[in-house]
Design a protein around this ligand. Structure first.
Ligand SMILES: [Zn+2]
Length: 444
């Protein structure tokens, strides 16, 4: 600070003789041609090849697209089929001949997607990535599909099912959404058991943890690059640190029957969650955690609050585990950024792109990029929400919105003397590609 002030004072005396480059102080009010800066930045941003750090690519009727299904819910305004922006998305991706998304016209889209699904080639989804300027994308899926090119779609697999091996009667009774989610978690757990030829749960807790590790190792061998938790949908994101014997005792009591109390189940899950976090460090599998408001009207903001994870992500025992806070804890985006102080914690913007408009996303990105720009990563959360807003259209809308919000946030930062335009473009490369790609090995 002092040195800056001295430089300022020297300028009038020196400027006549030599040009002294002096960086002006940052200012609260942007000045200069903000619109012009925004346009220049946006053009450059459009040419940056993207790594999409969170997406669920796939056709609408493919049940492997997620480990859960969407319960009946009230979609936020922008994600509804009535959003006129979706017509622009559909027209940008396909030669869609209509100007609206009426039920009758959407049949055109449905037929097109059915045809591509039947053909089963990887060309359809490769082309969607090309149209959106995406070099490669993560694929959050229960299993990969032959119609996704493994060179461009990198598998992230789900691990929540390991938290639900007992009788889930009490969990299911909590609210109608759990009635939709939990039976699907049970299905995934059975699928994992079949994968390693288990026809019942192992007799000992030790055996159970070995089963968990075996699945992680196999999935990694089959192309998996990260493990993913959607735990915020099913329970609190606060994980205590119970001793192993306590968790083992609960496993012994319930693995072959009986209904654990909420407290018993939570204690068992807290231990298994931390085991999965440690294994993520051992195997080099980053841990992705859903941390924003979620689908379903019963989603609990309090239980899903990203700050519940503070004791885990700031635990020095897990320094070799990389955490990715998926969806950036939205709406708690002012809080989440301070977790990125940890060198192993990253924040991803997926879902925010379509949950709100670029005008709000600009504020989110601006705060984050002003604080820990090297820890923020792009994700579209491409997902088959509906026939009109399929994974294809969410990719497009997510990329469009992120580029626009990014250019606007950076233009304001430039106009407030926070960064140069060159630095702004460097930050954009980090956010859209470089910050995330470095966390994973290249595809094999
Ligand atoms: Zn997602």
């Amino acid at each position: 600070m002092k040195q800056k002030q001295i430089q300022w004072m020297l300028v009038p005396f020196l400027s006549a003789a030599v040009v002294v480059p002096v960086w002006p102080q940052s200012r609260a009010l942007p000045s200069g041609d903000v619109q012009g800066t925004y346009q220049r930045l946006l053009e450059k941003i459009k040419s940056i090849k993207i790594f999409d750090h969170h997406a669920h690519p796939g056709f609408g009727d493919d049940s492997d697209v997620d480990a859960q299904a969407t319960p009946p819910e009230h979609l936020p305004f922008r994600q509804r089929e009535t959003n006129p922006e979706l017509v622009i998305a559909v027209k940008a991706l396909f030669d869609y001949p209509y100007a609206d998304l009426s039920a009758e016209h959407m049949r055109w889209l449905q037929e097109r997607s059915n045809k591509a699904e039947k053909e089963g080639s990887t060309g359809y989804w490769d082309r969607i990535l090309d149209e959106c300027g995406i070099e490669s994308s993560v694929a959050n899926r229960v299993a990969m599909s032959g119609y996704l090119n493994p060179q461009r779609f990198r598998w992230v697999f789900f691990v929540d099912s390991f938290l639900f091996p007992f009788d889930n009667k009490l969990v299911i009774a909590e609210n109608p959404d759990e009635g939709v989610y939990i039976p699907l978690q049970e299905k995934v757990l059975h699928r994992y058991m079949r994968q390693v030829s288990l026809n019942q749960l192992p007799d000992s807790f030790d055996g159970y943890l070995k089963f968990v590790s075996k699945v992680l190792e196999e999935n990694q061998k089959n192309g998996g690059i990260a493990e993913k938790f959607e735990a915020g949908y099913f329970r609190s994101l606060y994980f205590s640190d119970p001793p192993r014997e306590t968790a083992a005792g609960i496993y012994q009591k319930f693995h072959s029957g009986g209904v654990p109390t909420a407290e018993e189940y939570k204690t068992f899950q807290d231990y298994v969650f931390r085991y999965l976090v440690r294994e993520g460090g051992r195997l080099g599998l980053p841990v992705h955690i859903h941390t924003a408001v979620g689908e379903g009207d019963y989603f609990s903001l309090r239980k899903g609050d990203v700050l519940n994870l503070e004791n885990v992500v700031k635990d020095p025992r897990y320094l070799n585990t990389t955490f990715v806070l998926i969806h950036g804890g939205y709406p708690y985006f002012r809080e989440v950024i301070w977790l990125a102080a940890m060198k192993n914690v990253y924040i991803d913007t997926s879902e925010i792109e379509t949950l709100v408009y670029p005008s709000e996303m600009k504020n989110v990105l601006k705060l984050w990029l002003e604080t820990y720009p090297d820890k923020i990563t792009f994700g579209s959360d491409a997902y088959p929400y509906s026939a009109a807003l399929g994974s294809e259209e969410t990719y497009w809308l997510g990329v469009y919105s992120a580029r626009d919000a990014l250019a606007a946030a950076l233009a304001e930062m430039v106009a407030s003397n926070e960064v140069t335009e060159d630095k702004a473009i460097e930050i954009a490369h980090g956010y859209l590609h470089d910050n995330a790609i470095g966390l994973y090995p290249p595809p094999h």
